[in-house]
Design a protein around this ligand. Structure first.
Ligand SMILES: C[S@@+](CC[C@H](N)C(=O)[O-])C[C@H]1O[C@@H](n2cnc3c(N)ncnc32)[C@H](O)[C@@H]1O
Length: 431
Protein backbone atom coordinates (compact mmCIF):
# COMPACT_ATOMS: atom_id res chain seq x y z
CA UNK A 1 0.00 0.00 0.00
CA UNK A 2 1.38 3.38 -0.91
CA UNK A 3 -1.10 6.10 -0.05
CA UNK A 4 -2.91 6.03 3.25
CA UNK A 5 -4.35 9.52 3.00
CA UNK A 6 -7.82 8.36 1.94
CA UNK A 7 -8.01 5.86 4.82
CA UNK A 8 -6.80 8.42 7.32
CA UNK A 9 -9.49 10.85 6.06
CA UNK A 10 -12.12 8.11 6.26
CA UNK A 11 -11.18 7.39 9.88
CA UNK A 12 -11.28 11.09 10.67
CA UNK A 13 -14.81 11.27 9.28
CA UNK A 14 -15.87 8.08 11.03
CA UNK A 15 -14.62 8.63 14.57
CA UNK A 16 -13.19 12.15 14.50
CA UNK A 17 -9.61 10.98 15.01
CA UNK A 18 -7.05 13.68 14.34
CA UNK A 19 -4.16 11.74 12.74
CA UNK A 20 -1.61 14.14 14.21
CA UNK A 21 -2.76 13.33 17.71
CA UNK A 22 -1.37 9.82 17.65
CA UNK A 23 1.21 10.43 14.94
CA UNK A 24 0.72 9.79 11.25
CA UNK A 25 3.42 7.09 11.23
CA UNK A 26 1.74 5.10 13.99
CA UNK A 27 -1.58 5.38 12.20
CA UNK A 28 -0.10 4.25 8.88
CA UNK A 29 1.55 1.34 10.58
CA UNK A 30 -1.76 0.21 12.12
CA UNK A 31 -3.55 0.55 8.79
CA UNK A 32 -0.94 -1.36 6.80
CA UNK A 33 -0.59 -4.23 9.25
CA UNK A 34 -4.37 -4.73 9.47
CA UNK A 35 -4.76 -4.53 5.71
CA UNK A 36 -2.04 -7.11 5.30
CA UNK A 37 -3.60 -9.35 7.92
CA UNK A 38 -6.88 -9.16 5.98
CA UNK A 39 -4.86 -10.00 2.86
CA UNK A 40 -5.87 -6.76 1.11
CA UNK A 41 -2.59 -5.11 0.19
CA UNK A 42 -4.28 -2.56 -2.08
CA UNK A 43 -5.24 0.73 -0.43
CA UNK A 44 -8.36 1.41 -2.44
CA UNK A 45 -9.73 -2.08 -1.87
CA UNK A 46 -9.00 -1.87 1.82
CA UNK A 47 -10.90 1.42 1.99
CA UNK A 48 -13.87 -0.19 0.23
CA UNK A 49 -13.71 -3.07 2.71
CA UNK A 50 -13.77 -0.62 5.60
CA UNK A 51 -16.81 1.10 4.13
CA UNK A 52 -18.76 -2.13 3.85
CA UNK A 53 -17.50 -4.36 6.60
CA UNK A 54 -18.36 -3.23 10.09
CA UNK A 55 -16.07 -5.93 11.54
CA UNK A 56 -13.02 -4.66 9.62
CA UNK A 57 -13.75 -1.05 10.55
CA UNK A 58 -14.17 -2.04 14.20
CA UNK A 59 -10.85 -3.86 14.11
CA UNK A 60 -9.11 -0.77 12.75
CA UNK A 61 -10.80 1.47 15.33
CA UNK A 62 -9.66 -0.87 18.11
CA UNK A 63 -6.12 -0.64 16.76
CA UNK A 64 -5.88 3.14 16.52
CA UNK A 65 -7.68 4.50 19.60
CA UNK A 66 -5.69 5.37 22.71
CA UNK A 67 -7.23 3.37 25.57
CA UNK A 68 -4.98 4.79 28.32
CA UNK A 69 -6.93 5.02 31.60
CA UNK A 70 -6.74 4.07 35.25
CA UNK A 71 -8.85 4.09 38.39
CA UNK A 72 -9.50 7.48 39.99
CA UNK A 73 -7.49 9.23 37.27
CA UNK A 74 -6.66 12.81 38.38
CA UNK A 75 -8.40 12.04 41.72
CA UNK A 76 -9.91 15.54 42.24
CA UNK A 77 -12.86 14.97 39.87
CA UNK A 78 -13.95 12.14 42.15
CA UNK A 79 -13.35 14.20 45.29
CA UNK A 80 -15.53 16.95 43.83
CA UNK A 81 -18.23 14.46 42.80
CA UNK A 82 -18.31 13.14 46.37
CA UNK A 83 -18.53 16.67 47.72
CA UNK A 84 -21.45 17.38 45.46
CA UNK A 85 -23.22 14.26 46.70
CA UNK A 86 -22.38 15.19 50.28
CA UNK A 87 -23.69 18.75 49.99
CA UNK A 88 -26.73 17.64 47.99
CA UNK A 89 -25.43 19.74 45.12
CA UNK A 90 -26.81 16.91 43.01
CA UNK A 91 -30.49 16.07 43.35
CA UNK A 92 -30.03 12.71 45.02
CA UNK A 93 -32.93 12.81 47.41
CA UNK A 94 -35.45 12.85 44.58
CA UNK A 95 -37.27 9.68 43.54
CA UNK A 96 -35.43 9.37 40.22
CA UNK A 97 -31.91 7.97 40.32
CA UNK A 98 -28.94 10.23 39.67
CA UNK A 99 -28.12 9.79 35.98
CA UNK A 100 -24.42 9.63 35.08
CA UNK A 101 -22.72 9.11 31.73
CA UNK A 102 -19.10 8.15 31.26
CA UNK A 103 -18.33 8.55 27.59
CA UNK A 104 -15.11 7.40 26.06
CA UNK A 105 -14.99 5.17 29.12
CA UNK A 106 -12.32 2.90 27.63
CA UNK A 107 -11.89 -0.31 29.66
CA UNK A 108 -14.18 0.82 32.47
CA UNK A 109 -11.84 2.20 35.11
CA UNK A 110 -13.60 5.60 35.00
CA UNK A 111 -17.25 4.51 35.41
CA UNK A 112 -16.27 1.93 38.03
CA UNK A 113 -14.40 4.66 39.93
CA UNK A 114 -17.63 6.68 39.86
CA UNK A 115 -19.56 3.75 41.36
CA UNK A 116 -16.98 3.33 44.12
CA UNK A 117 -17.01 7.07 44.86
CA UNK A 118 -20.81 7.06 45.15
CA UNK A 119 -20.79 3.93 47.30
CA UNK A 120 -18.23 5.56 49.58
CA UNK A 121 -20.75 8.38 49.97
CA UNK A 122 -23.33 5.86 51.11
CA UNK A 123 -25.53 5.87 48.00
CA UNK A 124 -27.46 2.70 47.35
CA UNK A 125 -27.57 1.12 43.85
CA UNK A 126 -31.16 2.35 43.45
CA UNK A 127 -30.03 5.95 43.82
CA UNK A 128 -27.93 6.14 40.68
CA UNK A 129 -27.79 4.89 37.11
CA UNK A 130 -24.52 4.85 35.18
CA UNK A 131 -24.18 4.45 31.42
CA UNK A 132 -20.71 3.98 29.95
CA UNK A 133 -19.95 4.20 26.27
CA UNK A 134 -16.91 3.79 24.06
CA UNK A 135 -16.32 3.35 20.35
CA UNK A 136 -13.84 0.53 20.94
CA UNK A 137 -15.36 -2.96 21.13
CA UNK A 138 -12.13 -4.32 22.58
CA UNK A 139 -12.22 -1.74 25.38
CA UNK A 140 -15.88 -2.44 26.20
CA UNK A 141 -15.24 -6.19 26.30
CA UNK A 142 -12.41 -5.61 28.75
CA UNK A 143 -14.64 -3.33 30.81
CA UNK A 144 -17.31 -6.00 31.04
CA UNK A 145 -14.72 -8.55 32.22
CA UNK A 146 -13.73 -6.15 35.03
CA UNK A 147 -10.35 -7.85 35.45
CA UNK A 148 -7.44 -5.46 35.78
CA UNK A 149 -3.66 -5.42 35.88
CA UNK A 150 -1.35 -3.24 37.93
CA UNK A 151 -1.39 -0.44 35.33
CA UNK A 152 -4.98 0.33 36.23
CA UNK A 153 -4.03 1.25 39.79
CA UNK A 154 -2.06 4.50 39.98
CA UNK A 155 -2.29 7.73 41.88
CA UNK A 156 -3.28 6.40 45.25
CA UNK A 157 -6.24 4.28 44.26
CA UNK A 158 -4.71 1.42 46.27
CA UNK A 159 -7.07 1.64 49.28
CA UNK A 160 -9.89 0.92 46.87
CA UNK A 161 -7.92 -1.96 45.39
CA UNK A 162 -7.95 -4.00 48.57
CA UNK A 163 -11.53 -3.07 49.40
CA UNK A 164 -13.21 -3.71 46.06
CA UNK A 165 -10.97 -6.17 44.20
CA UNK A 166 -9.84 -9.72 44.70
CA UNK A 167 -6.50 -10.94 43.42
CA UNK A 168 -7.14 -13.86 41.09
CA UNK A 169 -3.46 -14.51 40.40
CA UNK A 170 -3.88 -13.31 36.84
CA UNK A 171 -5.33 -9.90 37.63
CA UNK A 172 -7.56 -8.03 40.07
CA UNK A 173 -11.24 -8.85 39.70
CA UNK A 174 -13.70 -6.11 40.61
CA UNK A 175 -16.46 -7.01 43.04
CA UNK A 176 -19.72 -7.72 41.20
CA UNK A 177 -21.47 -5.38 43.65
CA UNK A 178 -19.69 -2.64 41.65
CA UNK A 179 -19.29 -4.13 38.18
CA UNK A 180 -22.99 -4.93 37.71
CA UNK A 181 -23.92 -1.30 38.28
CA UNK A 182 -22.49 0.05 35.03
CA UNK A 183 -24.41 -0.31 31.75
CA UNK A 184 -21.84 -0.54 28.98
CA UNK A 185 -22.44 -0.04 25.28
CA UNK A 186 -20.44 0.55 22.12
CA UNK A 187 -21.23 3.85 20.46
CA UNK A 188 -19.54 6.58 18.51
CA UNK A 189 -19.52 10.16 19.77
CA UNK A 190 -19.43 11.29 16.16
CA UNK A 191 -22.57 9.47 15.12
CA UNK A 192 -25.52 11.75 14.25
CA UNK A 193 -27.78 9.80 16.58
CA UNK A 194 -25.38 9.47 19.48
CA UNK A 195 -27.51 8.42 22.48
CA UNK A 196 -30.44 10.19 20.82
CA UNK A 197 -33.05 8.39 22.93
CA UNK A 198 -31.60 9.24 26.36
CA UNK A 199 -33.02 11.59 28.92
CA UNK A 200 -30.43 14.11 30.10
CA UNK A 201 -27.76 13.19 32.59
CA UNK A 202 -26.94 15.19 35.74
CA UNK A 203 -23.28 14.22 35.45
CA UNK A 204 -21.20 13.54 32.34
CA UNK A 205 -17.59 12.42 32.37
CA UNK A 206 -16.02 12.94 28.96
CA UNK A 207 -12.31 13.02 29.64
CA UNK A 208 -9.20 12.64 27.56
CA UNK A 209 -10.86 12.02 24.25
CA UNK A 210 -11.32 15.51 22.76
CA UNK A 211 -7.54 15.90 22.68
CA UNK A 212 -7.41 13.12 20.09
CA UNK A 213 -10.12 14.57 17.86
CA UNK A 214 -10.04 17.04 15.00
CA UNK A 215 -11.39 20.53 15.57
CA UNK A 216 -14.55 19.78 13.57
CA UNK A 217 -15.16 16.57 15.50
CA UNK A 218 -14.67 18.35 18.81
CA UNK A 219 -17.45 20.82 18.12
CA UNK A 220 -19.82 17.99 17.18
CA UNK A 221 -18.98 16.21 20.41
CA UNK A 222 -19.49 19.36 22.48
CA UNK A 223 -22.92 19.80 20.82
CA UNK A 224 -23.89 16.18 21.62
CA UNK A 225 -22.80 16.53 25.22
CA UNK A 226 -24.62 19.83 25.60
CA UNK A 227 -27.82 18.09 24.48
CA UNK A 228 -27.21 15.20 26.89
CA UNK A 229 -26.35 17.28 29.96
CA UNK A 230 -29.18 18.47 32.21
CA UNK A 231 -29.41 22.24 32.68
CA UNK A 232 -27.99 22.07 36.21
CA UNK A 233 -25.62 19.21 35.34
CA UNK A 234 -21.88 18.85 35.78
CA UNK A 235 -19.51 18.05 32.97
CA UNK A 236 -16.08 16.61 33.77
CA UNK A 237 -13.47 17.11 31.04
CA UNK A 238 -9.83 16.12 30.81
CA UNK A 239 -7.19 18.47 32.19
CA UNK A 240 -6.39 19.96 28.80
CA UNK A 241 -9.98 19.95 27.57
CA UNK A 242 -11.85 22.50 29.70
CA UNK A 243 -11.07 25.32 27.19
CA UNK A 244 -13.09 23.47 24.52
CA UNK A 245 -16.18 23.74 26.73
CA UNK A 246 -15.36 27.31 27.79
CA UNK A 247 -15.48 28.22 24.12
CA UNK A 248 -19.11 27.04 24.20
CA UNK A 249 -19.81 29.26 27.22
CA UNK A 250 -19.34 26.62 29.92
CA UNK A 251 -18.04 27.86 33.27
CA UNK A 252 -15.39 25.96 35.28
CA UNK A 253 -16.40 25.09 38.83
CA UNK A 254 -14.45 26.39 41.79
CA UNK A 255 -12.88 23.11 42.80
CA UNK A 256 -9.23 23.17 41.62
CA UNK A 257 -8.11 20.36 39.32
CA UNK A 258 -11.57 18.82 39.11
CA UNK A 259 -11.75 20.03 35.48
CA UNK A 260 -15.52 20.19 35.85
CA UNK A 261 -17.73 22.84 34.36
CA UNK A 262 -21.36 23.85 34.13
CA UNK A 263 -23.60 25.08 31.40
CA UNK A 264 -23.78 28.82 30.86
CA UNK A 265 -26.38 30.26 33.21
CA UNK A 266 -26.59 27.15 35.39
CA UNK A 267 -26.92 27.82 39.08
CA UNK A 268 -25.17 25.29 41.33
CA UNK A 269 -27.58 23.73 43.79
CA UNK A 270 -25.96 23.73 47.21
CA UNK A 271 -28.62 22.76 49.68
CA UNK A 272 -28.30 22.22 53.39
CA UNK A 273 -27.14 18.76 54.29
CA UNK A 274 -30.21 16.63 55.02
CA UNK A 275 -30.37 15.40 58.60
CA UNK A 276 -29.94 11.78 57.55
CA UNK A 277 -26.70 12.74 55.93
CA UNK A 278 -25.06 13.82 59.16
CA UNK A 279 -24.69 10.22 60.34
CA UNK A 280 -22.98 9.28 57.12
CA UNK A 281 -20.54 12.15 57.34
CA UNK A 282 -19.75 11.24 60.92
CA UNK A 283 -19.21 7.62 59.99
CA UNK A 284 -16.89 8.63 57.17
CA UNK A 285 -14.93 10.92 59.41
CA UNK A 286 -14.32 8.11 61.88
CA UNK A 287 -13.26 5.75 59.12
CA UNK A 288 -10.90 8.32 57.64
CA UNK A 289 -9.17 8.63 61.00
CA UNK A 290 -7.90 5.08 60.57
CA UNK A 291 -6.83 5.86 57.03
CA UNK A 292 -9.36 3.69 55.25
CA UNK A 293 -11.22 6.48 53.49
CA UNK A 294 -10.12 9.80 52.06
CA UNK A 295 -10.93 12.75 54.28
CA UNK A 296 -14.15 14.37 53.12
CA UNK A 297 -15.06 16.72 55.92
CA UNK A 298 -13.37 19.84 54.60
CA UNK A 299 -15.82 22.41 53.33
CA UNK A 300 -16.36 22.52 49.59
CA UNK A 301 -16.09 26.30 50.05
CA UNK A 302 -12.39 26.01 50.77
CA UNK A 303 -11.15 26.35 47.24
CA UNK A 304 -7.62 27.62 47.80
CA UNK A 305 -6.09 24.48 49.20
CA UNK A 306 -6.18 21.02 47.77
CA UNK A 307 -7.67 18.82 50.44
CA UNK A 308 -4.49 16.82 51.06
CA UNK A 309 -2.63 20.09 51.60
CA UNK A 310 -5.20 21.62 53.93
CA UNK A 311 -3.32 22.65 57.04
CA UNK A 312 -5.12 23.11 60.40
CA UNK A 313 -4.65 26.88 60.20
CA UNK A 314 -6.30 26.94 56.80
CA UNK A 315 -9.36 25.11 58.09
CA UNK A 316 -10.06 28.11 60.34
CA UNK A 317 -11.07 29.93 57.16
CA UNK A 318 -13.90 27.51 56.56
CA UNK A 319 -16.39 29.21 54.25
CA UNK A 320 -14.02 31.79 52.84
CA UNK A 321 -10.76 31.82 50.96
CA UNK A 322 -7.53 32.32 52.92
CA UNK A 323 -6.04 35.73 52.22
CA UNK A 324 -3.94 35.67 49.06
CA UNK A 325 -0.97 37.42 50.66
CA UNK A 326 -0.66 34.41 52.93
CA UNK A 327 2.59 32.98 52.29
CA UNK A 328 3.90 29.73 51.03
CA UNK A 329 4.69 28.97 47.43
CA UNK A 330 2.19 26.09 47.42
CA UNK A 331 -0.71 28.18 48.69
CA UNK A 332 0.07 30.99 46.23
CA UNK A 333 0.03 28.50 43.35
CA UNK A 334 -3.30 27.14 44.54
CA UNK A 335 -4.65 30.69 44.86
CA UNK A 336 -3.61 31.49 41.27
CA UNK A 337 -5.27 28.32 40.04
CA UNK A 338 -8.49 28.97 41.93
CA UNK A 339 -8.82 32.59 40.78
CA UNK A 340 -8.17 31.44 37.21
CA UNK A 341 -10.78 28.66 37.53
CA UNK A 342 -13.27 31.27 38.77
CA UNK A 343 -12.57 33.47 35.75
CA UNK A 344 -10.90 36.14 37.94
CA UNK A 345 -8.04 36.52 35.49
CA UNK A 346 -6.71 39.90 36.63
CA UNK A 347 -6.47 38.68 40.23
CA UNK A 348 -4.93 35.41 39.13
CA UNK A 349 -2.31 37.22 37.05
CA UNK A 350 -1.46 39.57 39.91
CA UNK A 351 -0.97 36.61 42.23
CA UNK A 352 1.19 34.86 39.65
CA UNK A 353 3.38 37.97 39.37
CA UNK A 354 3.57 38.05 43.16
CA UNK A 355 4.72 34.44 43.10
CA UNK A 356 7.49 35.20 40.60
CA UNK A 357 8.68 38.16 42.68
CA UNK A 358 8.70 36.23 45.94
CA UNK A 359 9.74 32.75 44.85
CA UNK A 360 11.38 33.11 41.44
CA UNK A 361 10.71 31.34 38.15
CA UNK A 362 8.59 28.21 38.30
CA UNK A 363 7.27 25.92 35.57
CA UNK A 364 3.83 25.45 37.14
CA UNK A 365 3.30 29.20 37.53
CA UNK A 366 4.31 29.83 33.93
CA UNK A 367 1.93 27.08 32.84
CA UNK A 368 -0.90 28.75 34.78
CA UNK A 369 -0.02 32.13 33.28
CA UNK A 370 -0.22 30.49 29.86
CA UNK A 371 -3.65 29.08 30.69
CA UNK A 372 -4.86 32.48 31.87
CA UNK A 373 -3.76 34.09 28.62
CA UNK A 374 -5.37 31.26 26.70
CA UNK A 375 -8.67 31.77 28.51
CA UNK A 376 -8.41 35.48 27.69
CA UNK A 377 -8.08 34.54 24.05
CA UNK A 378 -4.49 35.78 23.83
CA UNK A 379 -2.67 32.86 22.19
CA UNK A 380 0.66 34.57 21.64
CA UNK A 381 1.47 35.46 25.25
CA UNK A 382 -0.03 32.08 26.22
CA UNK A 383 2.50 30.34 24.01
CA UNK A 384 5.36 32.43 25.44
CA UNK A 385 4.44 31.39 28.97
CA UNK A 386 4.07 27.72 28.02
CA UNK A 387 7.50 27.84 26.36
CA UNK A 388 8.99 29.33 29.52
CA UNK A 389 7.42 26.50 31.53
CA UNK A 390 8.83 23.95 29.13
CA UNK A 391 12.27 25.54 29.30
CA UNK A 392 12.24 25.07 33.08
CA UNK A 393 10.72 21.60 32.92
CA UNK A 394 11.21 19.86 29.56
CA UNK A 395 9.12 16.90 30.72
CA UNK A 396 5.99 18.90 31.61
CA UNK A 397 3.29 16.80 29.93
CA UNK A 398 0.39 19.28 30.28
CA UNK A 399 2.46 22.07 28.78
CA UNK A 400 3.37 19.94 25.77
CA UNK A 401 -0.32 19.22 25.20
CA UNK A 402 -1.28 22.91 25.55
CA UNK A 403 1.45 23.94 23.13
CA UNK A 404 0.38 21.29 20.68
CA UNK A 405 -3.24 22.50 20.80
CA UNK A 406 -2.20 26.15 20.44
CA UNK A 407 -0.11 25.34 17.37
CA UNK A 408 -2.95 23.32 15.93
CA UNK A 409 -5.40 26.21 16.44
CA UNK A 410 -3.26 28.56 14.43
CA UNK A 411 -2.81 25.93 11.73
CA UNK A 412 0.81 25.03 12.45
CA UNK A 413 0.18 21.29 12.32
CA UNK A 414 3.85 20.35 11.92
CA UNK A 415 4.84 22.04 15.17
CA UNK A 416 1.69 20.74 16.88
CA UNK A 417 2.75 17.22 15.90
CA UNK A 418 6.22 17.74 17.34
CA UNK A 419 4.83 18.74 20.73
CA UNK A 420 2.33 15.90 20.59
CA UNK A 421 5.07 13.38 19.83
CA UNK A 422 7.16 14.66 22.72
CA UNK A 423 4.14 14.23 24.99
CA UNK A 424 3.58 10.71 23.73
CA UNK A 425 7.22 9.75 24.25
CA UNK A 426 6.97 11.09 27.76
CA UNK A 427 3.81 9.13 28.47
CA UNK A 428 5.32 5.97 26.99
CA UNK A 429 8.36 6.32 29.27
CA UNK A 430 6.09 6.65 32.29
CA UNK A 431 3.88 3.63 31.59
C1 LIG B 1 -7.53 8.00 26.64
S1 LIG B 1 -9.02 7.08 26.72
C2 LIG B 1 -9.87 7.96 27.97
C3 LIG B 1 -10.49 7.04 29.00
C4 LIG B 1 -11.10 7.74 30.20
N1 LIG B 1 -12.14 8.66 29.82
C5 LIG B 1 -10.03 8.47 31.00
O1 LIG B 1 -9.98 9.69 30.97
O2 LIG B 1 -9.23 7.79 31.65
C6 LIG B 1 -9.81 7.61 25.21
C7 LIG B 1 -10.99 6.74 24.82
O3 LIG B 1 -11.76 7.46 23.86
C8 LIG B 1 -12.38 6.50 23.02
N2 LIG B 1 -12.86 7.16 21.80
C9 LIG B 1 -12.11 7.70 20.81
N3 LIG B 1 -12.91 8.19 19.84
C10 LIG B 1 -14.19 7.96 20.23
C11 LIG B 1 -15.46 8.22 19.64
N4 LIG B 1 -15.57 8.81 18.46
N5 LIG B 1 -16.57 7.85 20.33
C12 LIG B 1 -16.47 7.23 21.54
N6 LIG B 1 -15.29 6.95 22.13
C13 LIG B 1 -14.16 7.31 21.48
C14 LIG B 1 -11.26 5.51 22.79
O4 LIG B 1 -11.74 4.27 22.33
C15 LIG B 1 -10.60 5.43 24.16
O5 LIG B 1 -11.08 4.35 24.89
Amino acid sequence: MRSYASIVRFLEEAIGLDPESIGVKALEHAVSSLAERSRIPDCRRYLETLKHSHADLQQLIDAVVVPETWFFRDSEPFVFLREQVQSSGLAIASAAPLRILSVACSSGEEPYSIVMALQEEGLSPQQFHIDAVDVSKKAIEKARQALYGKGSFRNGSMPYQSRYFSNTGHGFKLDTAVSTLVHFSIDNLLSDHFLADRTPYQVIFCRNVLIYLSRKARSRVVAHLDRLLAMDGLLFAGHAEVPFFQQAGYVPVEHPRSFACRKPGAVPQVKKKPAAHAALVKERASRSACGAVQQTEISPHLPLLKREEAAPSARKHKGKAPPPESTSAASLITAVRTRADQGLFAEASALAEQYLREHGADAEIYCLMGLIQQARNCPEPAEDYFLKALYLDPSYYDVLIHLSLLCEHRGDTARAALFQQRAQRLQARRT
